[in-house]
Design a protein around this ligand. Structure first.
Ligand SMILES: [Zn+2]
Length: 181
């Protein structure tokens, strides 16, 4: 697969296909989106929202969540807000999200099947890694989006004039349902 991608890339550049994607680093719509890494959203999410290259900062992870108030999601949002002119943040979860039914036991079990030893896991627990918190999923996507919006709205470093809202996207149709407005 990697060879195929690298070959495609050479062709893409040679054909100057990049020309239609030219854009600046400051988001035209002054918007940041926190969403899920789900493969079905890769093209659907920007297409369904009318977002083009240069329009928005899009931050993605498993589940569209903030796992830590001083982790990489909030760091990215702060840079987007303070340095790149973002005035609005949309948290967009989606239907049929793979993160919904995961938990630490499930993932740690699968890791052991992949050769990570129980001793290793126990050692990390002893060193203070809270797997329950770090690897937890969520009950419903609605609850998760509500939690994430609350965490961001109450965050001590996010300026109060930033608008933060939450939605669920239909993974099939791209329709956006408001959760927190
Ligand atoms: Zn997802």
């Amino acid at each position: 697969m990697r060879e195929e991608i690298l070959a495609y890339n050479k062709q893409f550049v040679a054909n100057k296909e990049y020309e239609k994607y030219r854009a600046g680093k400051y988001p035209e719509k002054k918007l940041a989106i926190l969403s899920c890494m789900d493969t079905r959203l890769t093209e659907l999410l920007p297409a369904a929202l009318g977002i083009k290259n240069g329009d928005a900062k899009i931050i993605k992870n498993a589940g569209a969540v903030v796992t830590h108030p001083f982790g990489s999601v909030v760091r990215s949002l702060l840079v987007a807000i303070v340095e790149l002119g973002v005035e609005e943040v949309m948290v967009i979860g989606h239907t049929d999200c793979g993160v919904q039914h995961i938990d630490a036991d499930l993932i740690l079990g699968h890791l052991q099947q992949r050769g990570i030893s129980m001793e290793q896991i126990e050692m990390l627990k002893y060193a203070g890694v809270d797997f329950e918190k770090w690897l937890c999923g969520f009950n419903t996507i609605r609850e998760s989006v509500e939690d994430t919006v609350r965490t961001l709205r109450e965050h001590p470093l996010i300026p109060k004039d930033v608008t933060i809202t939450g939605y669920i996207m239909d993974t099939e149709t791209g329709e956006l349902y408001p959760v927190v407005e």
